[in-house]
Design a binder for this molecule. Structure first.
Ligand code: ATP
Ligand code: MG
Ligand code: MG
Length: 380
């Protein structure tokens, strides 16, 4: 009997546990919160990631460890890795935790990125905004997620407000200023690399964000094959450079026929949730296979899929469940503004069928605005 330990007990851990059940796996989830939603399906160890006693108990009860939460302190991951196998390795986790280190690695590997610079003082921010020219975005280097810890600088007049908002974090989590990319599309590569180095990707996914939070994902993205190949090449280079094992996502901006890397996520990713019903093997199943050294499953798509995120509160399930290709995921979380509480995936054999199903579900739920960009893409 193999027990997989997961650091972080949110919906990603929950879906990993659900996906691992047919493989006969047991799980132990560690989280700082007693009501972590993965705890509804797997034993939950409540503790602080920096508490050595809690980590020691976790290590003693699992055969291998992985992550649902990308901001587990890198030192804690390192401490665990000295005792049990940990995938992805702590170095990969550490790189992905710091936007400055991450973007510098992208650049070193020849993966195109927009202009960026670390800033530690307001005068430095002014100088870098002037150097970059045009709109910028100030972000915390560490601990940001769902667009939190970001401030858009449209003109130099916004620098004061940006520094007011984030300046005090310069000495704790660090700050980075980036060129604002007026992208035409956002795309992501969800990829998996096995312990033996085997590398696979799912088809490119197109993503739509609202207020910095993922709203909808469409797969396969309607982009030309050469562009997809170049995106896969970037992901592969990154995985090999980090000796990465498991699933990860590489977020990309598309503009003027070019791809620019935004960030990587060292874990299963929200833009890969569609793979549960829309691919031969889901990201969750392949992550577990990779971490355990099992053969990876095929990543081919089953038709066309769109995932819709439910933020804040769950809508009525019936509007999705009464669609032939409608699938529902309720994470069992308490509703709270801005919180990811569930998602739906709609699947169809062709783009027109998917557009129709999305339109019907969107109308029934009063969520026309959420489905509109996806429907628009499918019908062009
Ligand atoms: P995630 O939840 O994806 O981890 P995050 O908080 O780490 O989010 P980013 O992915 O960097 O933050 O930014 C969130 C969204 O904000 C992006 O998907 C994109 O829509 C927008 N954004 C971020 N950086 C830029 C940029 N340099 N230019 C244009 N848009 C940007
Ligand atoms: Mg991020
Ligand atoms: Mg992101």
């Amino acid at each position: 009997m193999t027990t997989v330990g997961i650091l972080g007990g949110g919906q990603l851990a929950r879906m990993l546990a659900l996906s691992g059940a047919p493989l006969g796996l047991r799980f132990l989830v560690m989280d700082t919160e007693a009501d972590a939603c993965a705890g509804q399906f797997a034993p939950l160890l409540v503790g602080d990631y920096r508490d050595e006693a809690a980590l020691a108990e976790f290590a003693s009860r699992v055969d291998v460890a992985t992550f649902d939460f990308e901001n587990v302190p890198a030192e804690s991951a390192e401490w665990l890795a000295q005792r049990i196998p940990v995938f992805p390795n702590p170095r990969a986790l550490a790189v992905a935790q710091d936007r400055m280190v991450e973007k510098s690695l992208f650049r070193r590997l020849g993966i195109p990125v927009g202009e960026f610079a670390a800033v530690s003082a307001r005068t430095e921010l002014e100088a870098e905004v002037a150097r970059i020219g045009g709109p910028c975005i100030l972000k915390t280097r560490r601990l940001g997620y769902d667009g939190k810890g970001q401030f858009r600088i449209r003109t130099a007049a916004d620098i004061e407000a940006a520094w007011q908002a984030l300046g005090e974090q310069a000495s704790s989590v660090g700050l980075i200023v980036e060129a604002f990319i007026p992208f035409e599309r956002e795309l992501s590569v969800v990829a998996v690399r096995g312990r033996d180095g085997e590398f696979r990707t799912w088809p490119l996914t197109e993503n739509w964000h609202v207020d910095g939070v993922l709203s909808a994902s469409l797969a396969p993205a309607t982009v030309d094959a050469a562009l997809a190949q170049s995106a896969f090449g970037h992901a592969r280079k990154l995985a090999e450079a980090l000796d990465y094992v498991g699933v990860f996502a590489l977020e990309l901006f598309y503009r003027d026929g070019q791809l620019l890397a935004n960030e990587m996520a060292p874990r299963v990713h929200n833009s890969g949730h569609w793979t549960i019903e829309g691919a031969e093997t889901s990201q969750f199943q392949n992550h577990l296979r990779a971490v355990l050294g099992l053969p990876l499953g095929a990543t081919d798509t089953l038709g066309h899929a769109c995932m819709l995120n439910w933020i804040g509160a769950m809508p009525d399930a019936a509007a999705v469940l009464n669609q032939a290709g409608g699938h529902w995921h309720d994470y069992g979380k308490q509703p709270r503004a801005g919180r990811k509480v569930g998602h739906a995936t709609l699947r169809a054999d062709n783009p027109t069928g998917l557009a129709q199903a999305l339109q019907q579900a969107g109308d029934a739920l009063g969520r026309q605005a959420q489905v509109a960009p996806v429907v628009g893409r499918l019908l062009t």
